[in-house]
Design a protein around this ligand. Structure first.
Ligand code: MG
Ligand code: ZN
Length: 177
């Protein structure tokens, strides 16, 4: 399905909440971090093949005063304890009202991650669980893959260029399984 991207993906970026770990809204507690099924195996497989991995995460709870940057850093450290190290992290601390260039569906975090990795957006994929993730990928010139959860809206599933049933399937669609 879709056009083949085999062999050209050099970096895979992931949304954090609802994609790599179970979504706990505005989570500031590392003890509540639970990986999504298969996440560790998928990441290890990418790392084994020399494909860069990263996280691009909206954390508007910071702007809204619900969690601190330190809380987010503590949760992210727990994510790495459970899932292994990522080559790049991009966090947007803003809310919709801030009109920043980083909050997905804006492409800023994807561009920044690619710049820091030294990898072109055309060789980069972004896997996420909502429409804002695949829209950010498209806006940046990267390949977006949607892995819906039960709370993903149906119209976002219909609009996504690539839809996978889980993380392993998402990577398979990239020709990198
Ligand atoms: Mg998400
Ligand atoms: Zn932002």
């Amino acid at each position: 399905m879709g056009s083949s991207t085999s062999g050209r993906i050099r970096a895979v970026l992931f949304d954090r909440d609802g994609t790599l770990v179970v979504d706990v809204p505005y989570n500031g507690d590392p003890d509540l971090v639970r990986p999504m099924p298969g996440a560790k195996a998928v990441l290890d497989s990418l790392r084994d093949r020399g494909i860069a991995t990263g996280v691009v995460s909206n954390q508007s709870g910071i702007a809204r005063g619900l969690i601190s940057e330190a809380d987010v850093s503590a949760v992210n450290a727990r994510v790495e304890e459970l899932l292994g190290p990522f080559d790049v992290w991009e966090i947007c601390p803003h809310s919709d009202q801030d009109n920043c260039e980083c909050r997905k569906p804006a492409p800023g975090m994807v561009h920044s991650a690619c710049r820091r990795l030294g990898i072109d957006e055309s060789s980069t994929a972004l896997i996420g669980d909502i429409g804002a993730d695949v829209r950010a990928a498209a806006a940046a010139g990267a390949t977006g893959v949607l892995v819906p959860t039960p709370v993903t809206r149906a119209e976002e599933v219909r609009a996504a260029p690539l839809v996978a049933r889980d993380l392993a399937h998402a990577v398979a669609l990239l020709g990198e399984s």
